[in-house]
Design a protein around this ligand. Structure first.
Ligand code: ISL
Ligand code: CA
Length: 561
């Protein structure tokens, strides 16, 4: 890859904003568009090129905006269309692009399409969704919802079930219906005409359902088959995305990233193919699931620590296999994942800053487009102070309802431990701006409880400390912009069997980068046979201790060949 072949989004860094939790401007305890606009200079200071906005459309909020009742209206809690347009132009004035969330595997059950679809079996929107007759008085198949429980809901009035891979209020759209596809593409084009810069596509790998909707294998102790195994990367998915490419995505210079649960390398090479026939990149989930329970009935609910060698093997596979043929996205966090420093580093006071910087360096020197989730840049941690009465997330609530109360697969206290380790609300507590009232997020009661560590961990404190996690991210972003080798260099993993150190190289024609990251809590010794002229680019310690790697030490050398 040479300089003139590099696409803008291959050198860009994305900052993800969860609007509900970022900044409240109108004193109702809920973050909003005006609040985001007031913080654009902060995003600019960090150096990010793109903002990915989680859904801001009209929604009854059964799944916090991922259940959309009108794709072309702004949720009044977040503001008006005028506020959106103002945010977009203020972002553009600062050279920041805005990528919107596109949630079209399902709509809300309150969407006009579904209201009509449900009204009778012969309504002309009936086939916009996936309706089936009962089989022997039961669900049409054994699929489970991603949020626990069955993936089908019976409708008394018309005597059929509809499919909902997520919450009951999120009926799946029928992508096999060409009218559905055209309606979605028309809607997307109207957003493109408004001047947005791209789409992050929710669960895009699930659009094409398998022919005949067959039963799936049911794990021991579980009631339902995993929908993921049954519906990800279905038979028509690449046709649908190529059609979207022709009818929408080619109409402007957009950045596209598909959230692709259960995507494997083979499919990712097609979704994110270099020829630009589908999307620019996908979010893959393998590295998020390496610490998953051996018990499939519990799915993600577990707190087994991650073996570093497995992480290295996995991320290296994605680096190597997509090189030259497709493009990676790089992330530790998003609104569905816990805080990285708590999960992969250490949030103990003596290690938090060091390990947050180490994780940042480890990820940001890889090949791909990095994503930073709000608060990650100041090392925000999981929220252990939230209890059962505080959670808002439907995934957490349903886990308790089905796995604890109905199926008795696990007790509530154990589940609470797992939620504190993996639950989505860990990422959704309000952004910590100051050490003042409600961390400067709002001056009234916030919609979700704050993490009680905001007096120590907040933006004000980070900006006042030149040694903070924030300034480390700022440097990493600048390196990506300034050094092409971060975008183009060949990735080479070192010492795959080392359980404590993740070291790799990025190799270019004239020079190489050596990236060394210790995951150990104590000082260990490693010899990387550094040449004398190696230049230390960035580190999370003040000095260089040579072969001694101190707790969570991370350093990057530039070596001329
Ligand atoms: O969150 C997860 C694991 O905890 C995932 O299974 C997640 O549900 C999946 O990645 C899909 O996520 C996306 O679609 C969901 C929505 O709840 C998530 O917030 C969104 O990112 C349904 O729209
Ligand atoms: Ca508000």
């Amino acid at each position: 890859m040479t300089e003139n072949q590099i696409k803008w989004w291959q050198k860009a860094v994305v900052y993800q904003i969860y609007p509900r939790s970022f900044q409240d401007a109108n004193h109702d305890g809920i973050g909003d568009l005006k609040g985001i606009e007031s913080r654009l200079d902060y995003v600019k200071k960090l150096g990010a090129d793109v903002i990915w906005l989680n859904p801001v459309y009209a929604s009854p909020n059964e799944d916090n905006g991922y259940d959309i009742s009108d794709y072309e209206a702004i949720n009044p809690e977040f503001g008006t269309m005028e506020d959106f347009e103002s945010l977009l132009s203020e972002a553009h004035a600062r050279g920041i692009k805005i990528v919107m969330d596109l949630v079209v595997n399902h709509s809300s059950s309150k969407h006009q399409w579904f209201i009509e679809s449900k009204s009778s079996k012969d309504n002309d929107k009936r086939d916009f969704y996936i309706w089936r007759d009962p089989v022997d008085g039961h669900e049409p198949n054994n699929w489970g919802s991603f949020f626990s429980g069955p993936a089908w809901k019976f409708d008394e009035a018309t005597g059929q079930y509809y499919l909902h891979l997520f919450a009951e209020g999120q009926p799946d759209l029928n992508w096999a219906n060409p009218e559905v596809r055209q309606s979605v593409f028309d809607m997307m084009n109207r957003w493109v005409d408004k001047g947005i810069d791209g789409f992050r596509m929710d669960v895009i790998s699930l659009l094409s359902k398998p022919d005949g909707l067959p039963d799936g294998p049911v794990p021991t102790d579980a009631h339902y088959a995993s929908s993921n195994d049954m519906v990800a990367n279905g038979p028509k998915i690449h046709d649908y995305l190529q059609e979207m490419r022709e009818k929408v995505l080619n109409n402007a210079d957009l950045m596209t990233v598909g959230e692709a649960s259960n995507v494997d390398i083979k499919n990712a090479k097609r979704y994110a193919a270099k020829d630009g026939s589908e999307l620019n990149m996908v979010f893959q989930f393998e590295h998020m699931e390496l610490d998953e329970n051996a018990d499939p009935a519990l799915g993600k609910w577990d707190n087994t620590p991650l073996p570093l060698t497995k992480l290295k093997e996995n991320l290296s596979k994605w680096q190597n296999e997509l090189a030259g043929v497709a493009w990676n996205s790089l992330y530790w966090e998003n609104h569905d994942q816990p805080r990285a420093v708590s999960r992969f580093g250490s949030d103990a006071p003596e290690f938090r800053v060091k390990s947050a910087k180490m994780l940042a360096t480890m990820l940001h020197f890889m090949q791909g487009t990095p994503y930073i989730y709000q608060g990650e840049e100041i090392g925000m941690t999981n929220a252990y102070n939230l209890g059962w009465d505080d959670f808002n997330d439907i995934e957490i609530k349903n886990a308790r309802k089905y796995l604890v109360e109905r199926d008795q697969l696990i007790d509530a206290d154990t589940l609470l431990d797992y939620v504190h380790y993996k639950g989505r609300d860990n990422a959704r507590t309000p952004m910590q701006w100051t050490d003042g009232k409600n961390a400067g997020f709002t001056d009234v009661d916030p919609w979700l409880k704050l993490n009680d560590n905001y007096k120590e961990i907040n933006v004000d404190a980070a900006l006042a400390d030149e040694d903070s996690v924030f300034y480390h991210y700022q440097k990493l972003i600048a390196f990506r912009h300034d050094l092409d080798i971060v975008t183009t260099g060949r990735y080479e993993l070192l010492d795959p069997e080392d359980e404590q150190v993740y070291a790799y190289k990025r190799v270019g024609d004239q020079e190489e980068l050596l990236v060394i990251n210790s995951f150990a809590k104590e000082t260990i010794e490693r010899d990387f046979a550094l040449p004398d002229e190696a230049e230390l680019l960035i580190s999370n310690y003040q000095d260089d201790a040579g072969k001694d790697l101190r707790p969570y030490e991370s350093k990057v050398y530039r070596i001329q060949k």
